[in-house]
Design a protein around this ligand. Sequence first.
Ligand code: SF4
Length: 212
Amino acid sequence: MNIKYDKAADAVYILLNKGKVFKTVKIDESLIVDKDKKGNVLGIEVLNASAGTSFVAAIEKGLTGGIPVMVEYFEKAREVGLYEDRMMRKVRAMSRGVLHPFDCRATGAQLAISPDGSLGICHEGVGCKNFFFGKVSRDFVFADEPLIQEWGRRSPLTMPQCFGCPSLGLCGGGCAYSAYLRHGTIWAVDDKFCKHSLTVLEWLIWDTYSRM
Ligand code: SF4
């Protein structure tokens, strides 16, 4: 992926794939998507990029539009025998009929240690020390730390917002830190990931059906 900002035009171009642009689709006033002959997304242009929130909203639309691209890449990787972990977690849950309750190691299965010896849950918080709670010490007991216990409970299986969701068993709940950044709490749904999860579920159903 390559991102360029044209100051004069106040436009950002996100190049996702190289290729010849066959079709340009105007999604709305601030978002244009370039596609090739087969319908693959080559790039996303965001207009009025300096307009703050509309820029973020446009990027989100672009990312949502990118989810089918992730599925398409998975299909290509599968054809040549490559393992793509993000999708395979869900494929595995579906094909084996097992639950996939966590998608993130920070939910009780990892410790982040910053260069100054601070201990935390998620490496994303190293710079600002969000969700960091102490220093490396011989007395530290992983399982006793309240933050680790709380993050360890975060799963769609414990979040009422997710209880009626068809993707409940294979979602994993995405990124707790992303949910916190967008909504101020790790107990919110990670919206971007949620769309990914639902898209993958639909694809999995049709892919399985096409092989029957
Ligand atoms: S797809 Fe969305 S609503 Fe469904 S379990 Fe995942 S995060 Fe929750």
